[in-house]
Design a protein around this ligand. Sequence first.
Ligand code: NAD
Length: 297
Amino acid sequence: MEIGFIGLGNMGAHMARRLVEAGNKVFVYDTRQEAIGNLAARGAIAARSPKEIADLAETVMASLPTPDVVLKVATGPDGVIEGTKVRRFVDLSTTGAAMAQRVFKLLAARNIVQIDAPVSGGVRGAEKGTVAVMASGPRAEVEKVEPALKVIGKFFFIGERPGAGQTMKLCNNVLSAAAMAATSESMVMGVKAGLDPRVMLDVINASSGRSTATEQKFPEVVVPRKFNQGFTAGLMLKDVNLFIAEAKELGLPINVIEAVAALLKLTCEELGPDKDVTQIVQPIEKRAGVEVRAPSA
Ligand code: NAD
């Protein structure tokens, strides 16, 4: 299959590489020349703009940071919308349902079908092809890209309504963010009170408090002080804010997730939005005067 791929960052580089390795002809574009070069060295074909990508392939995928960037790349000048060959735009980014619907309408006016297919499972999941892929859009069109999406990860059809996949993704991500935030407060409290964080994690992971934060992020990334999960605090704050906006649009009360957003905002302000999402523990550590690390022997 011929596939265009725009956005070769932490997630996109792995997903595009997997599509190349599965035998697809993949055209790639990113604003960073280095990212294009890395993929071209693995057999992808370099392109010079989103429009050129959309001149070359019927199916164009994107893994871009924010809703605004997706809007510009998909529908702006020199964007996918101006391509001559493109028939469908598969957005693997997290943009929220409102933006997915907006892009769907703008592209539909040019007979291009937007399919939202946000993913979850982190950089390691993208590398191994184990991310959950939450696709929504017209079923017949989604079926055309299902084999390629199965190369990227575990495929789920969420529904025909544009944006349904995005809603699903946000519902998942706020749980991931909340687990990370709550585990940070719990671990800092335990360490301040004198507990060994490794013992704490062993106990929690054999108990009812376990989550992706206790099973993977704390033992592999926080306690060894690596902070290299590969997802930034700024992007997580974007996702949590998108969830809050969508929930408010539905008239729902949101309390827990607003507290999570406040802690993420504090992390972005004190450390920077480009810092790893696992560094959400650090503003709490700073105030407690302790670090969640293995005690030195
Ligand atoms: P990233 O910032 O590492 O990658 C984004 C890429 O897009 C970069 O290579 C950047 O150069 C490129 N880019 C930016 N503007 C561009 C433009 N105008 N045209 C072309 N390329 C452009 O982000 P990421 O972590 O790979 O995340 C990508 C998307 O996937 C985001 O929407 C994020 O929320 C979502 N996501 C990330 C993770 C994760 O663990 N990192 C997990 C699930 C979903």
